[in-house]
Design a protein around this ligand. Structure first.
Ligand SMILES: CCCCCCCCCCCCCCCC(=O)SCCNC(=O)CCNC(=O)[C@H](O)C(C)(C)COP(=O)(O)O
Ligand SMILES: Nc1ncnc2c1ncn2[C@@H]1O[C@H](COP(=O)(O)O)[C@@H](OP(=O)(O)O)[C@H]1O
Length: 351
Protein backbone atom coordinates (compact mmCIF):
# COMPACT_ATOMS: atom_id res chain seq x y z
CA UNK A 1 0.00 0.00 0.00
CA UNK A 2 1.37 3.45 -0.94
CA UNK A 3 2.26 5.62 2.06
CA UNK A 4 -0.34 8.28 2.81
CA UNK A 5 1.19 11.75 2.49
CA UNK A 6 0.47 14.06 5.46
CA UNK A 7 -2.29 16.64 4.78
CA UNK A 8 -0.90 19.97 3.57
CA UNK A 9 -1.37 22.88 5.98
CA UNK A 10 -3.72 25.66 4.90
CA UNK A 11 -0.80 28.05 4.89
CA UNK A 12 1.22 26.07 2.36
CA UNK A 13 -1.85 25.83 0.07
CA UNK A 14 -2.41 29.60 0.27
CA UNK A 15 1.26 30.27 -0.38
CA UNK A 16 1.19 28.02 -3.44
CA UNK A 17 -1.87 29.82 -4.82
CA UNK A 18 -0.39 33.24 -4.16
CA UNK A 19 2.85 32.24 -5.88
CA UNK A 20 0.87 31.04 -8.93
CA UNK A 21 -1.18 34.24 -9.00
CA UNK A 22 1.93 36.43 -8.74
CA UNK A 23 3.49 34.38 -11.54
CA UNK A 24 0.52 35.21 -13.78
CA UNK A 25 0.70 38.89 -12.87
CA UNK A 26 4.43 39.03 -13.66
CA UNK A 27 3.80 37.29 -16.97
CA UNK A 28 0.94 39.66 -17.90
CA UNK A 29 3.08 42.61 -16.89
CA UNK A 30 5.94 41.42 -19.12
CA UNK A 31 3.65 40.90 -22.12
CA UNK A 32 1.77 44.20 -21.81
CA UNK A 33 4.77 46.31 -20.68
CA UNK A 34 2.57 47.66 -17.88
CA UNK A 35 3.94 47.80 -14.35
CA UNK A 36 2.01 45.61 -11.90
CA UNK A 37 0.43 48.70 -10.37
CA UNK A 38 -0.71 49.97 -13.79
CA UNK A 39 -2.05 46.52 -14.59
CA UNK A 40 -4.08 46.68 -11.40
CA UNK A 41 -5.54 50.03 -12.47
CA UNK A 42 -6.58 48.61 -15.85
CA UNK A 43 -8.19 45.61 -14.13
CA UNK A 44 -10.12 47.82 -11.68
CA UNK A 45 -12.15 49.33 -14.56
CA UNK A 46 -13.15 45.91 -15.91
CA UNK A 47 -14.06 44.79 -12.39
CA UNK A 48 -16.17 47.93 -11.98
CA UNK A 49 -18.23 47.02 -15.05
CA UNK A 50 -18.60 43.47 -13.70
CA UNK A 51 -19.65 44.81 -10.29
CA UNK A 52 -22.20 47.14 -11.94
CA UNK A 53 -23.67 44.23 -13.87
CA UNK A 54 -23.89 42.15 -10.68
CA UNK A 55 -25.69 44.94 -8.80
CA UNK A 56 -28.05 45.32 -11.74
CA UNK A 57 -28.85 41.62 -11.81
CA UNK A 58 -29.04 41.00 -8.08
CA UNK A 59 -30.79 44.15 -6.82
CA UNK A 60 -34.56 44.27 -7.33
CA UNK A 61 -35.70 47.05 -9.66
CA UNK A 62 -37.21 49.20 -6.90
CA UNK A 63 -33.95 49.18 -4.99
CA UNK A 64 -31.85 50.31 -7.91
CA UNK A 65 -33.96 53.40 -8.62
CA UNK A 66 -32.09 56.36 -7.18
CA UNK A 67 -30.76 59.84 -7.78
CA UNK A 68 -27.82 58.54 -9.79
CA UNK A 69 -29.82 56.94 -12.58
CA UNK A 70 -31.42 60.29 -13.30
CA UNK A 71 -29.64 61.72 -16.35
CA UNK A 72 -30.20 65.21 -14.97
CA UNK A 73 -28.30 64.50 -11.76
CA UNK A 74 -25.81 67.23 -10.95
CA UNK A 75 -22.73 65.02 -11.31
CA UNK A 76 -23.77 64.05 -14.81
CA UNK A 77 -24.83 67.51 -15.96
CA UNK A 78 -22.00 69.51 -14.40
CA UNK A 79 -19.13 67.02 -14.42
CA UNK A 80 -19.46 64.11 -16.89
CA UNK A 81 -21.11 66.17 -19.63
CA UNK A 82 -18.14 68.56 -19.39
CA UNK A 83 -15.72 65.79 -18.54
CA UNK A 84 -12.88 66.81 -20.80
CA UNK A 85 -13.04 70.42 -19.64
CA UNK A 86 -12.65 69.27 -16.00
CA UNK A 87 -9.85 66.92 -16.97
CA UNK A 88 -8.06 69.76 -18.77
CA UNK A 89 -8.53 72.19 -15.90
CA UNK A 90 -7.22 69.87 -13.19
CA UNK A 91 -4.27 68.50 -15.12
CA UNK A 92 -3.46 72.10 -16.12
CA UNK A 93 -3.36 73.17 -12.46
CA UNK A 94 -1.34 70.10 -11.53
CA UNK A 95 1.25 70.68 -14.27
CA UNK A 96 1.57 74.39 -13.49
CA UNK A 97 2.22 73.52 -9.86
CA UNK A 98 4.55 70.73 -10.82
CA UNK A 99 6.56 73.03 -13.06
CA UNK A 100 6.90 75.57 -10.27
CA UNK A 101 7.67 73.04 -7.51
CA UNK A 102 10.90 72.09 -9.20
CA UNK A 103 12.24 74.87 -7.01
CA UNK A 104 10.29 73.91 -3.88
CA UNK A 105 11.13 70.35 -2.89
CA UNK A 106 9.10 70.41 0.33
CA UNK A 107 5.91 70.19 -1.73
CA UNK A 108 4.52 66.83 -2.81
CA UNK A 109 6.18 66.52 -6.20
CA UNK A 110 9.30 64.51 -6.91
CA UNK A 111 10.57 66.86 -9.59
CA UNK A 112 12.89 68.89 -7.43
CA UNK A 113 16.26 68.53 -9.11
CA UNK A 114 15.55 69.36 -12.72
CA UNK A 115 17.42 72.06 -14.60
CA UNK A 116 15.29 74.75 -16.28
CA UNK A 117 15.94 73.07 -19.66
CA UNK A 118 14.82 69.69 -18.34
CA UNK A 119 11.71 71.26 -16.85
CA UNK A 120 10.81 72.87 -20.17
CA UNK A 121 11.45 69.66 -22.04
CA UNK A 122 9.16 67.74 -19.62
CA UNK A 123 6.48 70.35 -20.14
CA UNK A 124 6.71 70.07 -23.93
CA UNK A 125 6.46 66.26 -23.71
CA UNK A 126 3.39 66.65 -21.51
CA UNK A 127 1.83 69.04 -24.06
CA UNK A 128 2.36 66.45 -26.81
CA UNK A 129 0.77 63.68 -24.73
CA UNK A 130 -2.16 65.94 -23.79
CA UNK A 131 -2.74 66.84 -27.44
CA UNK A 132 -2.70 63.17 -28.46
CA UNK A 133 -5.19 62.07 -25.81
CA UNK A 134 -7.38 65.09 -26.57
CA UNK A 135 -7.40 64.24 -30.27
CA UNK A 136 -8.40 60.66 -29.32
CA UNK A 137 -11.27 62.03 -27.19
CA UNK A 138 -12.33 64.34 -30.06
CA UNK A 139 -12.21 61.50 -32.59
CA UNK A 140 -14.26 59.13 -30.48
CA UNK A 141 -16.89 61.48 -29.06
CA UNK A 142 -16.98 64.76 -31.03
CA UNK A 143 -15.75 64.64 -34.60
CA UNK A 144 -14.01 62.22 -36.92
CA UNK A 145 -14.11 63.57 -40.46
CA UNK A 146 -17.86 63.95 -39.99
CA UNK A 147 -19.63 62.09 -37.21
CA UNK A 148 -17.44 60.92 -34.31
CA UNK A 149 -16.31 57.29 -34.20
CA UNK A 150 -18.96 56.29 -31.64
CA UNK A 151 -21.74 57.65 -33.90
CA UNK A 152 -20.20 56.04 -36.99
CA UNK A 153 -20.23 52.66 -35.24
CA UNK A 154 -23.85 53.24 -34.24
CA UNK A 155 -25.02 54.27 -37.73
CA UNK A 156 -23.08 51.52 -39.53
CA UNK A 157 -24.67 48.87 -37.32
CA UNK A 158 -28.18 50.00 -38.27
CA UNK A 159 -28.83 52.63 -35.60
CA UNK A 160 -31.06 55.61 -36.30
CA UNK A 161 -32.55 58.68 -34.73
CA UNK A 162 -36.32 58.33 -34.23
CA UNK A 163 -39.22 60.33 -32.77
CA UNK A 164 -38.25 63.65 -34.31
CA UNK A 165 -41.35 65.82 -34.24
CA UNK A 166 -42.35 68.39 -36.87
CA UNK A 167 -41.99 71.10 -34.23
CA UNK A 168 -38.45 70.07 -33.30
CA UNK A 169 -37.57 69.80 -36.96
CA UNK A 170 -38.80 73.34 -37.54
CA UNK A 171 -36.90 74.67 -34.56
CA UNK A 172 -33.75 72.93 -35.63
CA UNK A 173 -33.78 74.00 -39.26
CA UNK A 174 -34.78 77.51 -38.29
CA UNK A 175 -38.02 77.50 -40.30
CA UNK A 176 -41.14 79.27 -39.21
CA UNK A 177 -42.66 77.05 -36.49
CA UNK A 178 -46.12 78.55 -37.12
CA UNK A 179 -46.34 76.84 -40.51
CA UNK A 180 -47.73 73.38 -40.02
CA UNK A 181 -45.97 72.19 -43.16
CA UNK A 182 -42.99 74.05 -44.49
CA UNK A 183 -41.30 73.01 -47.75
CA UNK A 184 -38.09 74.75 -46.71
CA UNK A 185 -38.01 72.62 -43.57
CA UNK A 186 -38.62 69.45 -45.51
CA UNK A 187 -35.99 70.25 -48.12
CA UNK A 188 -33.28 70.83 -45.52
CA UNK A 189 -34.42 67.85 -43.53
CA UNK A 190 -34.32 65.54 -46.53
CA UNK A 191 -30.81 66.81 -47.25
CA UNK A 192 -29.94 65.72 -43.74
CA UNK A 193 -31.42 62.28 -44.43
CA UNK A 194 -34.68 62.77 -42.50
CA UNK A 195 -37.73 60.77 -43.63
CA UNK A 196 -41.34 60.74 -42.46
CA UNK A 197 -42.57 57.61 -40.71
CA UNK A 198 -46.03 58.81 -39.74
CA UNK A 199 -47.81 62.13 -39.68
CA UNK A 200 -45.50 64.74 -38.15
CA UNK A 201 -43.06 62.10 -36.89
CA UNK A 202 -39.70 61.63 -38.58
CA UNK A 203 -36.62 59.50 -38.32
CA UNK A 204 -33.12 59.82 -39.67
CA UNK A 205 -29.59 58.49 -39.82
CA UNK A 206 -28.27 61.40 -37.74
CA UNK A 207 -25.39 61.49 -35.27
CA UNK A 208 -26.21 61.51 -31.55
CA UNK A 209 -25.57 65.22 -30.96
CA UNK A 210 -27.86 66.43 -33.77
CA UNK A 211 -30.41 63.76 -32.87
CA UNK A 212 -30.59 64.96 -29.28
CA UNK A 213 -30.85 68.57 -30.40
CA UNK A 214 -33.80 67.59 -32.58
CA UNK A 215 -35.43 66.00 -29.56
CA UNK A 216 -35.07 62.54 -31.13
CA UNK A 217 -33.99 59.27 -29.57
CA UNK A 218 -31.20 57.00 -30.77
CA UNK A 219 -32.38 53.45 -31.29
CA UNK A 220 -31.29 50.18 -32.90
CA UNK A 221 -27.67 49.50 -33.81
CA UNK A 222 -24.73 49.19 -31.51
CA UNK A 223 -24.32 52.39 -29.47
CA UNK A 224 -20.93 52.36 -27.69
CA UNK A 225 -21.06 54.05 -24.30
CA UNK A 226 -19.59 57.55 -24.54
CA UNK A 227 -19.67 57.81 -20.74
CA UNK A 228 -17.67 54.63 -20.16
CA UNK A 229 -15.17 55.82 -22.75
CA UNK A 230 -14.81 59.32 -21.29
CA UNK A 231 -14.64 58.23 -17.64
CA UNK A 232 -12.02 55.54 -18.31
CA UNK A 233 -9.99 57.59 -20.80
CA UNK A 234 -9.87 60.60 -18.48
CA UNK A 235 -9.08 58.56 -15.33
CA UNK A 236 -6.25 56.68 -17.00
CA UNK A 237 -4.82 59.88 -18.44
CA UNK A 238 -4.91 61.61 -15.05
CA UNK A 239 -3.40 58.63 -13.23
CA UNK A 240 -0.63 58.06 -15.78
CA UNK A 241 0.27 61.75 -15.58
CA UNK A 242 0.25 62.08 -11.78
CA UNK A 243 1.21 58.80 -10.09
CA UNK A 244 4.90 58.83 -11.00
CA UNK A 245 5.23 62.51 -10.02
CA UNK A 246 3.72 62.13 -6.58
CA UNK A 247 5.94 62.02 -3.55
CA UNK A 248 3.82 59.73 -1.40
CA UNK A 249 5.92 60.24 1.75
CA UNK A 250 5.59 64.00 1.46
CA UNK A 251 1.89 63.68 0.72
CA UNK A 252 1.41 61.55 3.86
CA UNK A 253 3.29 64.15 5.95
CA UNK A 254 1.25 67.01 4.46
CA UNK A 255 -1.98 65.07 5.11
CA UNK A 256 -1.07 64.56 8.76
CA UNK A 257 -0.27 68.27 9.10
CA UNK A 258 -3.59 69.07 7.42
CA UNK A 259 -5.52 66.75 9.76
CA UNK A 260 -3.86 68.28 12.83
CA UNK A 261 -4.57 71.83 11.65
CA UNK A 262 -8.18 70.90 10.92
CA UNK A 263 -8.90 69.17 14.21
CA UNK A 264 -6.61 71.07 16.56
CA UNK A 265 -8.25 72.33 19.79
CA UNK A 266 -8.27 75.99 18.75
CA UNK A 267 -10.45 74.97 15.78
CA UNK A 268 -13.39 74.04 18.02
CA UNK A 269 -16.35 76.42 17.74
CA UNK A 270 -16.13 79.55 19.85
CA UNK A 271 -19.51 80.84 21.09
CA UNK A 272 -21.09 78.25 18.85
CA UNK A 273 -19.44 79.79 15.76
CA UNK A 274 -16.93 78.02 13.53
CA UNK A 275 -14.01 80.06 12.28
CA UNK A 276 -14.89 79.58 8.63
CA UNK A 277 -12.01 81.74 7.41
CA UNK A 278 -9.49 79.54 9.19
CA UNK A 279 -11.01 76.38 7.66
CA UNK A 280 -10.99 77.86 4.20
CA UNK A 281 -7.37 78.87 4.66
CA UNK A 282 -6.29 75.41 5.98
CA UNK A 283 -8.10 73.57 3.18
CA UNK A 284 -6.94 76.09 0.55
CA UNK A 285 -3.30 75.75 1.63
CA UNK A 286 -3.50 71.95 1.58
CA UNK A 287 -5.08 71.87 -1.89
CA UNK A 288 -2.59 74.41 -3.26
CA UNK A 289 0.37 72.41 -1.91
CA UNK A 290 -1.06 69.07 -3.05
CA UNK A 291 -3.04 69.62 -6.26
CA UNK A 292 -2.82 65.90 -6.94
CA UNK A 293 -5.56 65.50 -4.33
CA UNK A 294 -8.04 67.39 -6.53
CA UNK A 295 -6.97 65.29 -9.54
CA UNK A 296 -7.56 62.06 -7.62
CA UNK A 297 -10.85 63.37 -6.24
CA UNK A 298 -11.99 63.76 -9.85
CA UNK A 299 -10.83 60.18 -10.53
CA UNK A 300 -12.90 59.09 -7.52
CA UNK A 301 -15.98 60.83 -8.92
CA UNK A 302 -15.34 59.24 -12.34
CA UNK A 303 -15.11 55.81 -10.72
CA UNK A 304 -18.45 56.30 -8.98
CA UNK A 305 -20.08 57.53 -12.19
CA UNK A 306 -18.62 54.58 -14.09
CA UNK A 307 -20.22 52.25 -11.57
CA UNK A 308 -23.56 54.05 -12.03
CA UNK A 309 -23.27 53.81 -15.82
CA UNK A 310 -22.43 50.12 -15.40
CA UNK A 311 -25.54 49.55 -13.27
CA UNK A 312 -28.13 51.59 -15.15
CA UNK A 313 -27.18 52.35 -18.74
CA UNK A 314 -26.39 50.55 -22.01
CA UNK A 315 -25.91 46.89 -22.85
CA UNK A 316 -22.95 44.96 -21.52
CA UNK A 317 -21.27 44.88 -24.96
CA UNK A 318 -21.75 48.63 -25.52
CA UNK A 319 -20.01 49.34 -22.23
CA UNK A 320 -17.21 46.95 -23.08
CA UNK A 321 -16.65 48.69 -26.42
CA UNK A 322 -16.53 52.10 -24.67
CA UNK A 323 -14.00 50.64 -22.22
CA UNK A 324 -11.80 49.18 -24.96
CA UNK A 325 -11.66 52.49 -26.87
CA UNK A 326 -10.76 54.20 -23.58
CA UNK A 327 -7.95 51.68 -23.01
CA UNK A 328 -6.74 51.88 -26.60
CA UNK A 329 -5.93 55.61 -26.66
CA UNK A 330 -4.01 55.51 -23.37
CA UNK A 331 -2.23 52.32 -24.37
CA UNK A 332 -1.15 53.95 -27.63
CA UNK A 333 0.21 57.10 -25.99
CA UNK A 334 1.75 55.76 -22.77
CA UNK A 335 2.49 52.07 -23.24
CA UNK A 336 3.16 51.45 -26.93
CA UNK A 337 6.37 53.54 -26.89
CA UNK A 338 7.72 51.17 -24.22
CA UNK A 339 7.78 48.34 -26.78
CA UNK A 340 10.29 50.39 -28.78
CA UNK A 341 12.27 52.39 -26.22
CA UNK A 342 12.18 50.56 -22.93
CA UNK A 343 11.63 46.84 -23.33
CA UNK A 344 12.65 46.15 -19.72
CA UNK A 345 9.59 46.47 -17.52
CA UNK A 346 9.99 48.59 -14.43
CA UNK A 347 8.07 46.75 -11.83
CA UNK A 348 8.28 49.26 -9.02
CA UNK A 349 5.14 50.67 -7.45
CA UNK A 350 5.00 54.47 -7.54
CA UNK A 351 7.24 55.59 -4.65
C1 LIG B 1 -7.36 66.62 -37.20
C2 LIG B 1 -7.20 66.60 -35.78
C3 LIG B 1 -8.00 67.61 -34.98
C4 LIG B 1 -7.04 68.37 -34.22
C5 LIG B 1 -7.51 68.97 -32.96
C6 LIG B 1 -6.33 69.36 -32.14
C7 LIG B 1 -6.68 69.61 -30.72
C8 LIG B 1 -5.47 69.88 -29.93
C9 LIG B 1 -5.78 70.21 -28.51
C10 LIG B 1 -6.66 71.41 -28.42
C11 LIG B 1 -7.08 71.69 -27.03
C12 LIG B 1 -8.52 71.40 -26.84
C13 LIG B 1 -8.92 71.92 -25.49
C14 LIG B 1 -10.11 71.21 -25.03
C15 LIG B 1 -10.66 71.91 -23.85
C16 LIG B 1 -11.97 71.31 -23.57
O1 LIG B 1 -12.00 70.27 -23.04
S1 LIG B 1 -13.36 72.21 -24.00
C17 LIG B 1 -14.63 71.05 -24.35
C18 LIG B 1 -15.21 70.45 -23.16
N1 LIG B 1 -16.20 69.50 -23.56
C19 LIG B 1 -16.43 68.45 -22.84
O2 LIG B 1 -15.79 68.26 -21.84
C20 LIG B 1 -17.52 67.51 -23.32
C21 LIG B 1 -17.41 66.15 -22.68
N2 LIG B 1 -18.55 65.34 -23.04
C22 LIG B 1 -18.48 64.32 -23.92
O3 LIG B 1 -17.45 64.01 -24.46
C23 LIG B 1 -19.79 63.60 -24.21
O4 LIG B 1 -20.85 64.36 -23.75
C24 LIG B 1 -19.84 62.22 -23.50
C25 LIG B 1 -19.62 62.32 -21.99
C26 LIG B 1 -18.79 61.33 -24.12
C27 LIG B 1 -21.20 61.57 -23.64
O5 LIG B 1 -21.60 61.56 -24.92
P1 LIG B 1 -23.17 61.57 -25.22
O6 LIG B 1 -23.25 61.70 -26.69
O7 LIG B 1 -23.69 62.76 -24.46
O8 LIG B 1 -23.75 60.29 -24.74
N1 LIG C 1 -23.40 57.78 -14.68
C1 LIG C 1 -24.42 58.36 -15.33
N2 LIG C 1 -25.25 59.20 -14.68
C2 LIG C 1 -26.30 59.77 -15.32
N3 LIG C 1 -26.60 59.59 -16.65
C3 LIG C 1 -25.79 58.76 -17.33
C4 LIG C 1 -24.67 58.11 -16.72
N4 LIG C 1 -24.07 57.33 -17.67
C5 LIG C 1 -24.77 57.50 -18.79
N5 LIG C 1 -25.80 58.35 -18.61
C6 LIG C 1 -26.78 58.80 -19.61
O1 LIG C 1 -27.11 57.68 -20.43
C7 LIG C 1 -27.16 58.06 -21.80
C8 LIG C 1 -26.16 57.24 -22.57
O2 LIG C 1 -24.87 57.68 -22.22
P1 LIG C 1 -23.54 57.33 -23.02
O3 LIG C 1 -23.92 56.88 -24.39
O4 LIG C 1 -22.72 58.58 -23.01
O5 LIG C 1 -22.88 56.25 -22.23
C9 LIG C 1 -26.87 59.54 -21.84
O6 LIG C 1 -28.12 60.18 -21.88
P2 LIG C 1 -28.37 61.53 -22.72
O7 LIG C 1 -27.63 61.32 -23.99
O8 LIG C 1 -29.85 61.58 -22.86
O9 LIG C 1 -27.79 62.61 -21.87
C10 LIG C 1 -26.16 59.82 -20.54
O10 LIG C 1 -26.36 61.12 -20.04
Amino acid sequence: MAPISPPKSNESVYNKHITTLLGWVTHASRITRLTEFELLIFVVFVMTLVLGKLINVVAPQEEIQNYFNNKRNIFNVVFAKNGWAWTTLLIGIFQTFNYRTSAAPNLSSIRSNLSPQQRSSELVKFAVRYTLVTVWWIFFTQWFFGYPIMDKIFLHTGGKCVNITQKKLSDFTGANPNHSFDFQVMERAIDAGVKAVEEEIFESALGSVVCRRMGGKMTGGHDPSGHVFLLVHSSLFLLFETLHLTNFDQLARNSRKFKNALFSSDETPKDGKWDVQKYVSVIGTFMAENPVVAVWALCGLWWWMLLMTAVYFHSWLEKLVGLLWGYLGIFGVYVLPRFYHNPAVTRAKPN
